[in-house]
Write a protein that binds this ligand. Sequence first.
Ligand SMILES: Cc1cc2nc3c(=O)[nH]c(=O)nc-3n(C[C@H](O)[C@H](O)[C@H](O)COP(=O)(O)OP(=O)(O)OC[C@H]3O[C@@H](n4cnc5c(N)ncnc54)[C@H](O)[C@@H]3O)c2cc1C
Length: 413
Amino acid sequence: MPQIKMYTTDVCPYCDRAKRILEGKGLEFEEINIHGSPEMRDEIERLTGRRDVPQLFIDDQHIGDDDDLAELAHSGQLDEMLQQGGGTQMETAKKNDGDGFEERNVIIIGGGTAGFATGVYTSRAMLEPLLITGDALGGQLSMTLDLENYPGFFGTEAAEFIKGMQKQAERFGTEVRFDMVTEIDFNRHPFYLKTYDKEYLAKSVIICTGASPRTLNVPGEEEYGGRGVSYCATCDGFFFQDQRLIVVGGGDAALEEGIFLTKYASEVYIVHRRDQLRASPIMQERAFKNDKIKFIWSTTVEEIQGDGEKVMGSLLKNVKTGEEEVFPIDGVFIFVGHLPNTELFKGVIDLDEQEYIVVDKLQRTNIEGVFAAGDVHDHIFRQAITAAGAGAAAAISADKFIAELEDRAYPGK
Ligand SMILES: Cc1cc2nc3c(=O)[nH]c(=O)nc-3n(C[C@H](O)[C@H](O)[C@H](O)COP(=O)(O)OP(=O)(O)OC[C@H]3O[C@@H](n4cnc5c(N)ncnc54)[C@H](O)[C@@H]3O)c2cc1C
């Protein structure tokens, strides 16, 4: 039977994603946590040339990271590889368990703060909601370590907060599935949704697909992705022990991740295109106090350069003087904002000029019965607490919509 091996670190949403793909298929795997083991870290680099996790192997064959695994899993190639290797694991694997459409009252698309808040409210309204998590269980919060500003949450670890949200939603009856919505048809009712594994019909849909990190779109960024270019400090920081790093951005996320990276790096340069930060005063104070952090103001990253294997430098441009210099560097961590995950809904749901979903005060979209909540519509506040609030409101609106559909009494009607 082929042996699946996965190298991970302690706090790594991408590793969790890979684990869920394997677990969802009922596959056993060996997890090797390289955190705190420089030998293991160096071995990964030697074997794969990569400076990121997760890295997966089937027997001795390098499969790649979570994206590569997802692609293999969804194309069916993973099943083939495991069967060709004589494996029987797939025989016990969880399969699509129905031929027809699964019918639900409410489907929540997204497993971030908005999604889980929506889950709590719709399940307490006895709607037996299904929540489809997408790739990132916990959403953007799974990419950070600390959560200090959510009222009533006295822990500080974002991971603990995510577990709590899921547990609370499930306690009231929200069913959580690790799957991805790939197609929708909202021109019919019940609404139609397709995922990698199944097809569904739903009386109401609540879109909580949030946002994903924005890329810089500069030469070298894609080429050196995972070889020195990263969007996740907690996942990949460990690869940069005593090295020099650039963090690109000027908001809370850039500073928080920059401060985290000083655990490993010798120096962290925050490169920001303006001459002042967007980050909150408390984060600015922490960053300014940190001896390992230096600021490069009014500067943009024009190119990420390397030796073909790993990042060696970055071409920086001062936007005031136009001056350019190649800055020698070992890694570039990018936190320059987010783009709403609305690709799936283009042409169906009304979006604004920045491609965020347009909702009214009741979280309603232009399609009756389809609601949206969280960072997918909010480009102003973009906080866990505001996403949760919008999620609660969307759930109440969905409940009312279904009550009217079924002509059952709704409180306050
Ligand atoms: C590094 C970092 C640090 C942060 N720190 C803080 C903080 O300290 N305090 C704070 O209040 N906020 C913080 N934020 C912001 C906060 O994380 C967001 O405001 C919040 O997560 C938004 O929640 P959401 O549910 O709307 O979207 P997201 O968290 O983006 O979740 C979106 C969900 O949708 C899923 N999804 C996407 N597409 C599909 C699909 N096709 N099918 C199914 N599912 C899909 C994703 O897998 C994910 O589960 C931070 C953000 C970042 C990036």
